[in-house]
Design a protein around this ligand. Structure first.
Ligand code: NAG
Ligand code: NAG
Length: 192
């Protein structure tokens, strides 16, 4: 008499189940239409957020560190190829010890050989009031020596679900020796 192994049991009981109509029933379908109301999406609103971004690259406690570079980066006048990882405090006022409203976490990298032009890929992670735990994602080009730089808001989470909009950045203070900077940010965000 043949041994009934767990493998044969699998074949007898489970394989027919895989091909049964039960498994392909509607509740397992890949996609379906939803009404916006089912996600509590009512009226789109526009929020304006204003804060100061503190980018500290020097000293014992930097908030942004270089994580990669190219062999030519140190010879490039724009540090082309340098990649920085930031966890920069965002404060309501311009003083570094002003109230913390969030952190800018992500990457900025030197992406231009002609002028200092950064590729910015940041999540603004907020911790203030109703925004605590919500994020906004920024993707854009930052020509840091221009007056006001505009970058895209490409999405967000929690209160910023379906976010889109733009950010304007203006350097408030820059130490050209150390590279430390305080940048004023204005965000205009459409969300629900
Ligand atoms: C933000 O939320 C976290 C986690 O829920 C909580 O620990 C923290 O105290 C909150 N911060 C503020 C400023 O409300
Ligand atoms: C600018 O940075 C340099 C080098 O870290 C430092 O010696 C100097 O005090 C800084 N200047 C200001 C105004 O903070």
């Amino acid at each position: 008499m043949a041994m009934v192994t767990s493998k044969t049991l699998f074949s007898i009981f489970f394989i027919p189940l895989l091909f049964s109509p039960l498994v392909t029933s509607k509740e397992y379908s890949f996609d379906k239409s939803l009404s916006p109301k089912s996600l509590h999406l009512r009226k789109e609103k526009l929020s304006h957020l204003h804060f100061y971004f503190h980018d500290i690259v020097s000293g014992q406690n930097p908030t942004a560190v270089r994580v990669a570079q190219a062999p030519i980066t140190n010879k490039s006048p724009t540090a082309f190829g340098a990649v920085m990882m930031a966890d920069d405090p965002l404060t309501v006022g311009l003083e570094p010890n002003s109230k913390l409203v969030g952190k800018a976490q992500g990457i900025y990298a030197s992406a231009s050989q002609d002028e200092l032009g950064l590729l910015m890929v940041l999540n603004f992670a907020f911790m203030e009031g109703k925004y605590n735990g919500s994020t906004v994602s920024l993707l854009g080009r930052n020509a840091v020596f221009s007056g006001v730089r505009e970058m895209s808001i490409v999405g967000g989470s929690v209160v910023f679900r379906f976010a889109r909009g733009y950010a304007q950045a203006k350097t408030f203070w820059l130490n050209t020796t150390s590279g430390d900077a305080i940048v004023e940010y204005n965000l205009y965000v459409l969300h629900y």
